[in-house]
Design a binder for this molecule. Structure first.
Ligand code: CA
Length: 230
């Protein structure tokens, strides 16, 4: 699952806590980075843009509240969830921390299990819904099914090679945009492959033949390249 590969930044000066947290987070499959003071924590937050930050309140140099304030003020890190570690009984710190944009707090001494449970909950809440690629690109006389890797022209299945399929799909997804042969080579075949640009012409010709009437979608612009016309 996605959230398991998340990177957690620990900002905490108590080495025992950092070590046991790191050990347990790694065991759960998370990546871990750590800082033992506020300034380094802030620097790492900006460099790594972690999935979540565990931030201790009492830190040498820059305290946790100030670190939290700066994390939330920086547009790059503002969206990174923060769990604050607070000392027992410091009610004001909790309130201030949450006002500064911390997502949760946990009171020391805490159980690692509990903290990891909270981390999971927050990451799940933040996990972006996966962008679903278009399952099918459809036109009146042409249908490209990206899941099944199938093409139907006028309702009838068309046998295409992998490259022909990619070429057709790329053009159809970017309909009305003109692409040079070089650009199509780069995109469909890959930059490193030494193929001549007329390879594109050859594939285009075969595609048109196979698509029959639906081949009309593929338009040649002389001296320029190709485009897909609806
Ligand atoms: Ca501390």
């Amino acid at each position: 699952m996605l959230w398991k590969m998340a990177e957690i930044l620990i900002i905490e000066d108590e080495k025992d806590i950092v070590e046991s947290l790191e050990y347990n987070l790694k065991k759960e499959g998370y990546r871990v980075s750590k800082a033992y003071d506020g300034l380094n924590g802030l620097r790492l937050a900006g460099e790594k843009i972690p999935s979540l930050i565990v931030l201790d309140l009492m830190l040498p140099g820059l305290d946790g509240l100030e670190v939290c304030r700066r994390i939330k003020r920086n547009p790059k890190t503002a969206a990174v969830p923060v769990i604050m570690l607070t000392a027992k009984g410091s009610e004001t710190d909790k309130v201030v921390g949450l006002e500064l944009g911390a997502d949760d707090y946990i009171v020391k001494p805490f159980s690692i299990k509990e903290l990891i449970a909270r981390i999971k909950t927050i990451l799940r809440r933040y996990e972006k819904p996966k962008e679903k690629p278009l399952a099918a690109v459809k036109f009146k006389d042409l249908e490209i099914d990206t899941d099944k890797h199938e093409v139907r022209a006028a309702g009838k299945p068309v046998e295409l090679t992998a490259k022909e399929f990619q070429l057709l799909l790329y053009l159809a997804e970017n309909k009305e945009r003109v692409f040079s042969r070089e650009r199509l080579l780069d995109t469909v075949w890959g930059i490193d492959v030494a193929i001549e640009t007329r390879t594109v012409d050859v594939h285009m010709r075969r595609l048109r033949e196979k698509l029959g009437k639906a081949g009309r979608h593929l338009v040649t612009l002389r001296g320029v390249g190709y485009k897909f016309k609806e």
